[in-house]
Design a protein around this ligand. Structure first.
Ligand SMILES: [Zn+2]
Ligand SMILES: [Zn+2]
Length: 187
């Protein structure tokens, strides 16, 4: 069976060199739907707690929220960093609290201190799905990702992976036979 959860991401981006309005800087509320598949964990009678899927995803994806997403070759990148530098917010600001861990994958690099994500490819809805899968595939048994942003939407399905060993009391992923949330130990 599947557990399904949705989260909103507000971001600014543009499609550098795209022949259309989207080549201008603009913003969206993107909606990401994550579907995970596994056996039903008999202890809690769920596949995976949806609020925990959200927490795991948000921990890293909050880097995209209220962030600017630009392709690595976009000339806006040095221009904006120059402004942030002059203003003294490039390396952080007291109001910038919603920072996830800095990450670097083949497709994207997050700079949480200045709410910037630099991507290898244009961040279309398709591009976002590739980035998100890469970031979360080892943490969740993702079988489907859907991302919509304005009139654009894309979806991708993935083959179900291994089963995850989950706590029978609270449903979260066990770490070395111990539940990191409630301390339950496997006998
Ligand atoms: Zn857009
Ligand atoms: Zn537990």
């Amino acid at each position: 069976m599947r557990s399904i959860t949705t989260l909103d991401i507000q971001y600014a981006h543009r499609f550098y060199k795209f022949q259309g309005e989207a080549q201008y800087l603009h913003g969206h509320t993107g909606v990401l739907t994550i579907e995970v598949e596994d056996s039903i964990n008999p202890g809690v009678n769920m596949v995976f707690p949806c609020n925990e899927i959200q927490k795991i995803a948000w921990d890293v994806l909050k880097n995209f929220d209220h962030a600017l997403v630009l392709r690595e070759d976009d000339p806006l990148l040095p221009a904006i960093l120059g402004v942030y530098e002059k203003q003294g917010i490039k390396n952080g600001a007291p109001a910038n609290k919603m920072k996830g861990p800095a990450f670097k994958t083949e497709l994207a690099t997050a700079y949480p201190e200045c709410r910037l994500v630099v991507t290898k490819e244009t961040m279309t809805v398709e591009g976002m799905i590739k980035i998100v899968y890469d970031l979360l595939k080892d943490k969740l048994n993702i079988v489907k990702l859907t991302f919509s942003s304005g009139v654009n939407a894309a979806t991708q399905e993935y083959a179900p992976g291994k089963t995850i060993d989950r706590c029978p009391l609270c449903g979260v992923t066990m770490v070395d036979g111990v539940c990191p949330k409630c301390g339950y130990k496997k006998h």
